[in-house]
Design a protein around this ligand. Structure first.
Ligand code: HSE
Length: 376
């Protein structure tokens, strides 16, 4: 396999390093803006030279973002190149366009590193769905958020200090808001649900609450009551209906999610025959992520394409009822739905996920966390 590599940042450099040790694939050209010189690959700023090169069969996109990356990936599919990408924002945002295009052009499209970094989550989901219906997917999918929450809970770090550390370790996205507002997790659970259930979720029906408003006082209140806060994603299918959402969730020490340290992810599926199966590993970082990009290249060599057929558009209906920790303006709705108070915050009566998230949208500085006996 001859690879045209787009981007030479955290992941791109890792892909170059790992493929350098393999005999069956080679990075032939690198398209990037950085001033690098490589002994065995041409470095260029000109994507067209990759598209026009008939010896390059596969484009690995490791640029990030959805502007230039979208343009280049689309052009590469049109030019008949296989695509391997770790870019969840790209795949999630252009799912309805890029997947059918790749299938109609007969090129392979893989994105295993897009969810779970180094964990073979999407490739295992692909295997699992071959022999059983999947009812549920989700869990801890963002290394940066887990790093911040874990550092605040176990080490007593402040939010800003923990975020800075995650950035310096290369876990955070270029715009950290993407991580801490839950958008990265949102992309990942939508993509996982699409593959697990063989659908294309209407992204406007999937609500997300992030962790950027959490304070040391919130964490102290959780610690005092034996809870640990994690950012948890959920995608479910039941009786032909779908639900999907992302929200901070308070788990008890006995739950598997509670024990997930540092930048690790714990991603779970619930299948008809397998029951619950969880996948644990490095969810971010150069080599873990690059490892799965290179695994996808090996799968492309073996003739593997996307994980499922492109499926129908469906809306998520989030009518599950939960109790929530809410710190924010105690307006009429919140007062009416209050069951208890924890200092300045309230614990709600059971309310639907969609009602709670609709309230949060009109109270942007507030912090919410669902209380759960079963985090997924
Ligand atoms: N920013 C992401 C994370 C990188 O922290 O998990 C991996 O997708």
């Amino acid at each position: 396999m001859k690879i045209g590599l787009l981007g030479f940042g955290v992941v791109g450099r890792g892909v170059y390093d790992i493929t350098s040790e393999l005999d069956n694939m080679q990075v032939a050209k690198v398209v990037c803006l950085e001033d690098v010189s490589l002994p065995d690959a041409e470095v260029t700023r000109d994507i067209q030279s990759v598209l026009d090169d008939p010896t390059i069969d596969t484009v690995v996109e490791a640029m990030g973002g959805v502007g230039a990356a979208y343009k280049f990936v689309r052009a590469a599919i049109e030019a008949g190149k296989n695509i391997v990408t770790s870019n969840k924002a790209l795949v999630c945002s252009f799912y309805d366009e890029l997947l059918p295009l790749a299938q109609s052009k007969g090129v392979q499209f893989r994105c295993t590193a897009a969810v779970g970094g180094g964990i073979g989550w999407l490739s295992e989901l692909e295997r699992s769905r071959r022999v059983q219906p999947i009812m549920q997917v989700g869990g801890i999918m963002n290394g940066t958020c887990n790093y911040i929450l874990d550092s605040m809970t176990r080490l007593g770090l402040g939010y800003d200090e923990a975020l800075k550390q995650a950035q310096s370790l290369g876990y955070a996205e270029a715009k950290p808001a993407t991580d801490v507002e839950g958008i990265d997790t949102w992309h990942k659970v939508i993509l996982s649900s699409n593959i697990a259930f063989g659908v294309s979720l209407d992204t406007t029906t999937v609500p997300v609450a992030g962790i950027s408003a959490i304070t040391a006082e919130d964490v102290a209140a959780f610690n005092a009551r034996g809870y640990i806060c994690k950012l948890i994603s959920t995608g479910k299918r039941k009786d032909g209906k779908y639900s999907a959402y992302v929200q901070p969730t308070l788990v008890k020490p006995g739950q598997p999610e509670a024990a997930v340290p540092s930048n690790y992810n714990l991603i779970t599926l619930v299948g008809k025959y397998s029951g619950r199966m969880s996948f644990f590993g490095q969810g971010a970082g150069r080599y873990p992520t690059a490892y799965n990009v290179v695994q996808d290249c090996a799968d492309v060599i073996a003739g593997k394409g996307f994980y499922c057929e492109y499926g129908p558009k469906v809306a998520a209906v989030n009518d599950d009822k939960m109790t929530y920790y809410v710190r924010g303006d105690r307006d009429a709705w919140l007062s009416e739905h209050t069951a208890d108070t924890w200092g300045e915050a309230v614990i709600t009566k059971p309310v639907s996920v969609s009602d709670m998230h609709a309230w949060l949208k009109t109270h942007p500085g507030a912090f919410i966390a669902a209380l759960s006996d079963d985090a997924l």
